[in-house]
Design a protein around this ligand. Structure first.
Ligand code: ADP
Ligand code: MG
Length: 694
């Protein structure tokens, strides 16, 4: 029998259990090899009863002192209890559900070995439903005297039976698996070959560190994690190599355009901004498309960098496009770009779905004829009806709001391959960035503009609301602005809207004479724009809004951010919201309002916001709490679900896999060397399986 035969032919399985296993996806011994324990129990040593502690799971061995219940006359009682003693103490074992024959297995005076979680009851240790390891001194390599695997539940297959089946499978099949990585790679990654990994993961040897097995970070487990991450990194290396071969219009800078740009900069660039501008200008001069990710925390000044790149493209008489995730943001960028290039014959155009049909058509026409040099817009930019005359540079702002698909769609708007710059405010941890954007070069702005004061953040309950309002009043009186943000309840947009309206009314009452505006997703574009403009100009001082202001909005006078029901937001989202203030030189505050019953839990989670303004740290924390699936962009990224790897825990393996995959791709892109054929097969099998899943 091979590992590909039906599971029912494994010793001890048969058709009935075979069906139960198949229902759990275990159809063959091969499947069983990859059905891993969810935990382990250390049963290497029997523990003296006196040394037991609550919460531990350990085998104990003792003589049976008493057997109570199980059967009383003709009636079977609900409780079976035995008490055992081992010379160091006594322990009681209880069963609340049991087969009547269980009671018959125990006889006073016999020895028995039990294993289960220990708890305390009336000064005595006890175990509920312990596993019976041995009734006499039988040697048993599967269930006792070793580190024992605990498998996820399989309906209809008792745990001990399942463990025995896995033992049979491992004995017969684990060593016949084929390792696809050459010894050199395994050694470099510090991992053992697959065969050893598989057998150890199921039945660890006695000399291993159980704790590491329990957290899935033993070298044997890392072998599987490595395989998974290697496959991912290989796919990214392929994509990267693809763009290196493409041709693009080179856009070298010259003194004149750089001089023009410098004269127009409204402030001095930070060192970090200067560094990334240099990296970008160097890329743009190449005859191959730039593929660069610009990371910089909220407020670090990415927009100006995009404008500089667009100006260099303009100098060459080609078009550039800037895509933003919201209408408000597109409109803001449009006005900023237009103002920055005032007096020059640079034609900036706005294209968003919010424009009236006539204007939209006019904009499209100018884009098609080449009468627009810099086009700013929302995802309306990548619609089919939009044609560029000679698009040579694409910039995507807040890339994490889009997916890789939109990135590809923007690239397709050009007859040649355009240079591409994607910008993100890093609510994406580094490890996730390598997987999401592994095909991009990375530039980082790791410095804030001079004079910024970190935003003071406080988690506030309802009792503190008065103080928060006082702060708003004080700041507004000084000419500042305040945001009050409400969560959007998706299923019931109506309720959210009512909440927002009511909040705005309450604030108008609280601050007579102060302009309070309301902004929400259901408003028409022109309405939103008008409210935003009035807030910008100071006609409105308080802006009540749903999360439409989350990304990108830039009103430097704003110094107060109040987030209602802050517990309903992810940490990265809160970080983005907080980034709307602290953009000028005045000190700013952010108040995270939480109330109700979940108050305390929420306050604990939110307190990280009080401790740090570092977007990376917050994103890592978010990743830890919520997992990668929740990060925008991950779902549509085409990244396969990771089964073994955990992007937080396995960051170092991820880097290693990336290094090895890139090197290997450089050396042997087709994996045709004799030593690499195994890897090729492994990758082919994986992608076949992935296609099969759809
Ligand atoms: P983000 O990186 O979040 O997109 P923006 O580009 O919106 O940040 O910039 C945030 C604010 O900082 C804007 O008001 C911008 O004009 C200002 N700014 C950007 N760079 C500098 C700088 N070097 N010195 C002073 N202010 C700057
Ligand atoms: Mg921005």
């Amino acid at each position: 029998m091979t590992a590909a035969h039906p599971i029912q032919y494994v010793k001890g399985v048969g058709p009935r259990l075979g069906e139960k296993l198949a229902a759990r996806g275990i159809r063959t011994p091969h499947d069983a090899l990859y059905f891993f324990p969810r935990d382990y129990e250390d049963r290497r040593k029997v523990i003296p009863i006196r040394e037991l502690q609550a919460g531990m799971t350990a085998p104990v061995r003792g003589k049976i002192l008493s057997v109570t219940g199980g059967k009383a006359g003709f009636r079977t009682t609900r409780l079976l209890e035995i008490v055992i003693a081992d010379g160091t103490g006594r322990l009681s074992a209880k069963w609340f559900r049991f087969h009547p024959s269980l009671a018959e297995r125990f006889r006073v005076g016999d020895a028995v070995t039990l294993c289960g979680p220990v708890r305390w009851f009336r000064f005595l240790p006890e175990m509920h439903h312990p596993e019976i390891l041995a009734e006499e001194d039988a040697a048993d390599p599967v269930h006792s005297g070793r580190i024992v695997p605990i498998y996820p539940e399989v309906e209809g297959v008792p745990p001990r039976v399942l463990r025995k089946i896995q033992w049979e499978v491992v004995q017969r099949h684990a060593l016949l698996e084929v390792e696809c990585f050459p010894a050199g790679i395994l050694e470099r990654a510090g991992i053992p070959p697959l065969q050893d990994s598989l057998s150890s993961i199921h039945f660890p040897r006695d000399d291993v560190d159980v704790a590491r097995f329990r957290e899935f970070s033993s070298p044997q487990q890392r072998r599987l994690i490595f395989g998974e991450l290697f496959a991912l990194q290989w796919a990214l290396a392929l994509r990267r190599a693809g763009t290196e071969r493409e041709e693009a219009v080179p856009l070298p800078w010259d003194r004149e355009i750089v001089g023009e740009i410098k004269r127009r900069l409204p402030f001095e660039l930070t060192g970090a901004q200067r560094r990334v501008v240099n990296e970008i200008l160097k890329d743009l001069g190449n005859p191959h498309p730039m593929h660069r990710l610009l990371q910089g925390d909220v407020g670090s000044g990415k927009t100006i960098v995009a404008w500089i790149a667009a100006m260099v493209a303009w100098r060459h008489g080609v078009q550039s496009a800037l895509m933003a995730p919201t209408e408000i943001l597109a409109e803001q960028h449009y006005r900023r770009f237009d103002a920055l290039s005032a007096g020059l014959p640079v034609r900036v155009a706005l294209l968003s779905a919010a424009l009236p049909p006539k204007e939209r058509e006019a904009a499209r026409k100018r884009i098609r004829n080449g009468e627009a040099d810099i086009v700013v817009g929302t995802h309306a930019l990548i619609q089919e009806s939009v044609e560029f005359r000679n698009l040579a540079l694409g910039v995507i702002d807040e890339q994490h709001r889009f997916g890789v698909l939109q990135r590809a769609a923007l690239r397709k708007k050009s007859k040649t391959s355009p240079h591409l710059l994607v910008m993100t405010a890093t609510p994406i941890p580094r490890t996730l960035a390598i997987t999401l954007y592994g095909d991009l070069d990375v530039s980082v702005i790791d410095e804030m503009p001079l004079g910024r004061v970190p935003v003071r953040t406080k988690v506030v309950t309802e009792d503190g609301r008065r103080k928060v309002y006082e702060e708003i009043r004080r700041e507004v009186a000084r000419g500042g602005r305040a945001y009050v943000v409400l969560p959007l309840v998706e299923e019931s947009g109506r309720i959210a809207l009512r909440d927002a309206t009511r909040t705005a009314e309450r604030l108008r009452e609280a601050f007579p004479g102060v302009g309070v505006g309301l902004l929400h997703g259901r408003m028409k574009a022109a309405g939103k724009e008008a409210v935003m403009r009035r807030f910008h100009e100071g006609d409105l001082s308080v802006l009540v809004s749903t999360t439409v202001v989350e990304v990108g909005v830039d009103v430097p006078e704003a110094t107060v951010m109040v987030v209602e029901h802050a517990e309903r937001f992810g940490l990265s989202q809160l970080h983005q919201l907080r980034g709307r203030v602290g953009r000028g030189i005045r000190p700013s505050s952010c108040f995270l309002m939480t109330g109700g019953e979940q108050g305390e839990d929420a306050a604990a989670r939110l307190s990280i916001m009080e401790q740090t303004v570092d977007g990376f740290r917050i994103a890592e924390e978010d990743l830890r709490i919520r997992g990668p699936g929740d990060f925008a962009g991950v779902r549509q990224s085409g990244i396969p679900d990771l089964v073994f790897a955990d992007l937080v825990r396995d960051a170092s393996i991820l880097r290693m896999a990336r290094e090895i995959a890139s090197e290997l791709h450089r050396e042997d892109p087709n994996l045709s060397a004799p030593g690499h054929v195994g890897i090729r097969r492994f990758l082919e099998l994986r992608s076949a399986a992935a296609v099969g899943q759809d």
